[in-house]
Design a protein around this ligand. Sequence first.
Ligand SMILES: Nc1ncnc2c1ncn2[C@@H]1O[C@H](COP(=O)(O)OP(=O)(O)OP(=O)(O)O)[C@@H](O)[C@H]1O
Ligand SMILES: [Mg+2]
Length: 495
Amino acid sequence: MFGRRSNDPSTPKRIASPAPAAPAASVSASAPAAPRQQVQPAPVAPRPEPPVEQQRRHSEEYYDVKTTVFNALIDTIDLTQLSKLDSSAAREEIRDIVSEIIQIKNVVMSIAEQEELLEDICNDVLGYGPLEPLLARDDIADIMVNGASTTYIEVGGKVQRTGVRFADNQQLMNICQRIVSQVGRRVDESSPICDARLPDGSRVNVIAPPLAIDGPALTIRKFKKDRLKLEQLVKFGSITPQAKTVLEIIGRVRCNVLISGGTGSGKTTLLNCLTGSIDHDERIITCEDSAELQLQQPHVVRLETRPPNLEGEGEIKMRDLIKNCLRMRPERIIVGEVRGAEAFDLLQAMNTGHDGSMGTLHANSPREAISRLESMIMMGGFSLPVKTIREMITGSVDVIVQASRLRDGSRKVTHITEVLGMEGEVVTLQNIIVYEITGEDANGKLIGRHRSTGIARPRFWDRAEYYGESDRLAVALAESEVSDANGNPLGEQNA
Ligand SMILES: Nc1ncnc2c1ncn2[C@@H]1O[C@H](COP(=O)(O)OP(=O)(O)OP(=O)(O)O)[C@@H](O)[C@H]1O
Ligand SMILES: [Mg+2]
């Protein structure tokens, strides 16, 4: 513990101080990073409040001391001069002054506590304040701030509450503003919804009052420095080595693929993995709302949509990007997420010589993905008969890969499904590999298996042959077969 012997003498005066930033409260940066694959016990009914992360909350006294030191610092330094320094020089400068202030104000604290205070204050002045320790951790997938005093994170597929808090909603709003202004955007009462990106590529959404009732809500999808690769998905048990081979072949032989899944189920990750098997001599154009994909090929053009400006002008939608794409001689078009009328343009592109195009969409099963596509096209204002839309879908999409986040927090590829054609007015689908849950262990971890449905010759067999991949495909599918107790392969009827 630390306290104050006295709080009298004035602080060392340096240069005049414009524009004070809000004093801030923060939390220890010393929380150890939890291992990625840590699995929490499964929730039992009724579902308990997610556990508060094992992270030390500071005492009120700490925040008092911090506010005093922070205010003295702001009175002492010239923020304009500070902003001209590079970040390590600015940190050094702040450290020197804060140490001096601590001495002058006779604050008693251990070296470790002083270090924490210094770190917190540097984060408040130079960075994203209380968010900094969370941003520094690579095991966190999402950061969700629900107003100044509540912050949740997702680690290892599980959502948990943290001890992180902001001084007040104004400080949180200032940080949101700082984030979005870096990409030339603004968030305030008159423009309360904003998408942005952190310098490291993390995807950010802010929704501010009055739309967010309990204070600004900030959501960050952390950018993974090392994007997951298919091999890692195998290691995590998200797919089997055989399913990995099937996905690689699907990506390589230019099947048109849709990746379907719920929020945060791993769609973008899977899309990124699939693009890994595209040959290096193909020209690829990516269209995204917020650039997240990291393609490894040399010949890639990356496009990003643009929201309207404050006057409501200048918006560039996904449709505009895909249409423009078609004039750019693409060999493959990759759409980060299909949400609306652009579904029509993507299907058309898939249908008109841009084989191997890919996209993701929100749906809970391959069957639902088809109906989502249908409704996106209908709601996009295309007055086409349902049958025509379905024919368009079956003529364009070859494979649907379904991603899911299961209730134990694990992420799985649950279906690799082919779009076969139409039977009357109904789109026919054929599962090739499915994941089935067989039980649950004592820790609430789900037990299951990926297995082939017995389809030895999927519809893309000819393509696989053309690319010299048919042998690899045959082996992967044969090895994915699972037998029942009598040694008979489990077929689709049992799926
Ligand atoms: N198979 C996996 N195993 C473990 N973690 C995964 C797996 N797939 C994705 N993740 C992690 O889950 C988080 C969400 O993944 P991703 O961004 O791909 O999801 P998404 O479905 O595209 O989400 P959104 O709907 O928000 O766009 C990321 O941090 C990612 O690294
Ligand atoms: Mg995504």
